[in-house]
Structure formats: C-alpha cells, structure tokens
Design a protein around this ligand. Structure first.
Ligand code: HGY
Ligand code: MN
Ligand code: MN
Length: 417
C-alpha cells in the first residue's frame, strides 16, 4: 500500500470521530441515550448545519439537491472524472439510537479529513453524502432521498406525503432547503464511480462471531403497504355487534390473517405493523377508519414477490364486512453488491488485520438504490446485542474507528482507479 495511503489511514482519529457522535447525539436527544431526529424537522436542520460547518471548516465544497441530500466534495486531480461517493443518513427513528445512519456520515467525513490531512492526491474526487429521509418514520416511505436522487422515485411522487400531524412533506422540505441558503444547488443523479456506506450492523452476528468488520454482500427485498380499512362509526353502548362495521376489529382480523399466511418456522420472513391511525379514535365510538403500515421483507426474490402479491386479497377477505384500500409504498427487490467493491472492502479489512466476515443486510439502506446506478458496497461494524431502532443502541469508539479506517482504505483504492 502507498505510504501516503497508509498515512491517511493512520490519521483516522478515533477521539474526533467519537466526539462528533456525541455532538450529533445532543441534537434531538431523548431519555435513555437515544435521539429523535425526524426528517425535515428542526432537529434535522440543526444536524445539517453542524455537518456543513465541519465541512466548510476544511474548505470542502458543499452542495445540496432538490430533496435536501447534502454533498461534501474533496476534489480529485481529474474534476470531470465521476467521483466516489460515501455516506448514509442523519435522520432517525422516533426512538432511535446514536449511531444508525449518522455513523456512515461521520465515518465518511473522518475519511476525507484524514485523506486531506495526509495530502493524498486522488484521481477521482470523493464526495460525502447525507441522504434525506432514509428512515421514513415521519414521511413514508423510507430511503426517500436516495430514491429521488437515483430516479427510482420522482420528487412529485413523494412531495405530498403527510406526517401524523398533517404536515405536508413539500412544506417541511422547503423550510429545510431554506435553512442552508448559501449552499450551492445541485442536480439529481450525477454520475458516480462507486458508492460505499459504513453502518452499524443492526443485528447480532458480528458480535456473536467476534468480528470487527462486516463485508456486506447485499440487502434483502422489502415491500411496504399502507392498508386502509373503511367501516362505520357508531355508538359503543347501543349498537349490536352483529350490525357493526368496526374498522379496528377488521384491521385486527387482517393483521392476523397476514400473520397466518406468512407463518415461517425458519423465522426468515420479516412482517411488521408499526404504525396505526384510528378514526375517530374515541373510546365510546366504533372506529370508522383505520390506516396501518405493512413492512414485509425476505432475502429471496420469488418469496418477497409472492408475499407482496398476496396482501391485497388476504386483506379484502379478512376485513369483510368492512372494505379495504391497499396502497403499495415501497417495492425493493433484494440487491447484491458489486463483487469488485466487496473485494476492495475485504482486502482493506485483511490488510488492516481486522477480523471480518461477509454477511447480508437485514436492514435496508440508501445503498439499495445506489447499487442500481453504480458499483456499491457497505461496511458494517458491530452494535451491542444487535439492538437498533431503540434508544439503547450502542457501539464502541474502537469499532467505529476501525470501520472508518477500512472505509478510508477502500475510498483511496476506488478513487485511484
Ligand atoms: O427500515 C430499515 O431497514 C432502515 O433501518 N431504515
Ligand atoms: Mn440506517
Ligand atoms: Mn434505521
């Protein structure tokens, strides 16, 4: 390995990386050591401003596209050569952890700072990216920023999404864009030579196997739906059960029927109903309307397709005499990462003497969409007991820095090609 590349890897600063996580964790901090940093919220805006301040302090070029994805560029020798991108997201789940997403953004910042401090001249520019609304917790669906950036969805398709308080995405997005008025605007879908995302595993495998680095092979498929159940509101005390059209009872029957259908003794299928809105939501009125989310996942394409295609008919039958409306909101087939990028990550981990293993990702990431437009890979580091989407999410400074060193080595390899 070139001496300047080794110098850059040595310059990855564990303390600086950990302290930046602590600073970011103060934005949207909630009891239990977690964070709540919803997309396009005031907390999200504060995190964006902090990231941009760190980038501008290093004289990196900052830009932002029409859905608020933030880019930080360290120029290479050939400005017209497609850059290598690396990043993740800064928004969180409502009861999120201090590492999900933000680690990939801060590891990318650490990598380009270390490369800059070492004075390495790369052929290609390297761009950090902080994707908007990866979680989809406030505005559904998830991985929205990367979907719009890569053209998988249009901004028009998602701009009308509403949060639980009726706030429309287009308005919250406008406020977010206006919060960084000096940042250069940039187009969607600029060419990229490769994309690498560092992330906590959000599962227990690395910890169980005693590995520091996960060389991610791909991401399982997922399908999201909004299911609406239509009934009739009525008096809880006087209306006989036999004449009711109770939307909550029907929603429960639909969820039970879906659970029966996907029953998987090998526990590979992932079926989650995490969001439910009831109208009129009053203790003594029969519910007239329920909206709930369905999140289905599986690593096998045919299986996730079959599961997705079965939802509508099962819901229709189980909901009677109520009626249903099924709206698919996400359709992501399983993706496999580029072999040459996977090999670059694996070689970097090996050269750095870090215990590593290949594994698939159960969680979805922006790398899902980037894998459709350029060679893509991911680097995992362990998180305690695999816990994530929970305030107790935890990781160690040493593992975070080790992942950032592997990321630095991989970026130098790919930006030199
Ligand atoms: O839902 C996911 O898999 C990701 O954590 N947003
Ligand atoms: Mn994430
Ligand atoms: Mn997440």
């Amino acid at each position: 390995m070139r001496e300047d590349h080794q110098d850059a890897i040595r310059r990855v600063d564990e303390t600086r990386l950990w302290q930046r996580h602590a600073q970011m964790a103060q934005i949207g901090a909630i009891p239990g050591n977690g964070v709540n940093r919803a997309a396009f919220s005031t907390e999200d805006i504060r995190a964006r401003r902090l990231l941009v301040s760190w980038a501008e302090a290093r004289n990196f070029e900052v830009s932002m596209d029409g859905i608020g994805n933030v880019f930080v560029r360290r120029p290479g020798l050939e400005p017209n050569a497609a850059p290598v991108l690396s990043g993740s997201h800064m928004d969180s789940q409502p009861r999120g952890g201090r590492f999900d997403g933000i680690y990939g953004v801060l590891a990318a910042l650490e990598a380009i700072e270390a490369i800059d401090e070492a004075g390495v001249k790369t052929r290609r520019s390297i761009e950090l990216v902080a994707w908007s609304n990866e979680e989809g917790g406030r505005f559904s669906p998830c991985t929205m920023g990367s979907a719009v950036y890569t053209g998988a969805k249009t901004l028009g398709e998602v701009a009308g999404a509403q949060d639980n308080d009726g706030v429309v995405l287009r308005d919250a997005l406008a406020e977010t864009l206006a919060a960084l008025p000096h940042v250069r605007k940039r187009e969607f879908n600029a060419p990229a030579a490769a994309y690498i995302e560092a992330h906590i595993e959000q599962g227990p495998l690395l910890e169980l196997e005693g590995k520091t680095i996960g060389v991610v092979t791909g991401i399982q498929g997922l399908r999201w739906f909004n299911v609406e159940v239509f009934g009739e509101t009525a008096h809880a005390g006087t209306t006989p059960l036999r004449v009711r059209k109770d939307a909550v009872r029907a929603a429960v029957a639909v969820i039970q029927a879906l659970a029966e259908h996907i029953r998987d003794p090998d526990d590979i299928v992932r079926f989650t109903v995490g969001r439910m809105l009831v109208t009129p939501n009053s203790s003594n009125s029969v519910a007239s309307h329920v909206l709930f989310s369905v999140d289905l996942r599986h690593p096998d394409l045919a299986t996730v397709q079959q599961l997705g295609e079965s939802v509508a008919e099962i819901a229709r039958q189980a909901a009677a005499p109520c009626t249903v409306k099924i709206t698919p909101t996400l359709h992501d087939d399983p993706c496999t990462f580029d072999a040459s990028v996977v090999a670059s990550i694996e070689n970097a981990a090996g050269r750095l003497g870090l215990a590593h293993m290949r594994l698939p990702s159960g969680a979805s990431h922006d790398a899902m969409y980037m894998s459709r437009v350029c060679p893509t890979g991911m680097i995992f580091v362990p998180c305690e007991k695999g816990v994530s989407h929970n305030e107790a999410e935890n990781a160690t400074p040493g593992d975070l820095a080790a992942g950032a060193r592997v990321l630095t080595a991989t970026l130098l390899d790919l930006a030199s090609r």
